[in-house]
Design a protein around this ligand. Structure first.
Ligand code: 4NP
Length: 155
C-alpha cells in the first residue's frame, strides 16, 4: 500500500500529512505501508517545509523531514491512494492524471474525516495565521486515523 498526499506547494499540508501518517504507522507498528507527499507546482522543489508549518509541527511533537517535489506521471502509477487536500487539488489531479485507470486512486482527504463539522477540506494555510497551521495538524490527525481504519479494513 503506497499512500501519496498531495497539496499545491508541498511545503505545508501534504508534508504535514506525510509526517502525521508516518507517526501513526510507527505507533501502531504497521508494516507494508509507504507514505510520501508531492506538490502540484514545482515552485518550492528541494525546499524544507514552510518554517511556520515546522514550528507548529514541532510544538505538537512532529519532526518534518520532507523536501518538496512536484508530482510526476510515475507517482500516479506507483501510488495506490492519492489524497488531495482541497477541491482545487482534486480538480488538478484529475486533469493531469496520465491514465483513466488511475483516476479511482484520487481521493479527497475529507473523505476520511470523522466527527468533524464545518470543514470539507484541509484549507491552505500559506496566506493564513499561526492558528491556521495548527488547524492543519488537527484536521490531518483526524484524517490519518480515518485512513488507518480504512487500511485496517482492507487487510
Ligand atoms: P501547501 O501550501 O499547498 O499546503 O504546501 C502552499 C504553499 C505554497 C504556495 C501555495 C500553497 N505557493 O503559492 O507558493
Amino acid at each position: 500500500m503506497n499512500i501519496l498526499f498531495v497539496c499545491l506547494g508541498n511545503i505545508c499540508r501534504s508534508p504535514m500529512a506525510e509526517c502525521v501518517m508516518k507517526a501513526v504507522i510507527d505507533e501502531k507498528n504497521i508494516k507494508g505501508v509507504t507514505v510520501d507527499s508531492v506538490g502540484l507546482i514545482g515552485y518550492h522543489t528541494g525546499e524544507e517545509p514552510d518554517s511556520r508549518m515546522r514550528a507548529a509541527a514541532r510544538d505538537k511533537g512532529y519532526i518534518m523531514r520532507h523536501r518538496a517535489r512536484k508530482i510526476s506521471d510515475d507517482d500516479f502509477r506507483t501510488a495506490d491512494l492519492i489524497i488531495g487536500m482541497d477541491g482545487d487539488n482534486i480538480t488538478r489531479l484529475r486533469h493531469i492524471c496520465p491514465k483513466t485507470e488511475y483516476l479511482s486512486k484520487i481521493h479527497s482527504v475529507a473523505e476520511y474525516f470523522h466527527g468533524i463539522t464545518g470543514y470539507t477540506t484541509v484549507p491552505d494555510p500559506y496566506y493564513g495565521t499561526e492558528r491556521d497551521f495548527y488547524k492543519v495538524i488537527e484536521l490531518l490527525e483526524n484524517a490519518c486515523e480515518g485512513i488507518m481504519n480504512e487500511i485496517d479494513l482492507l487487510d
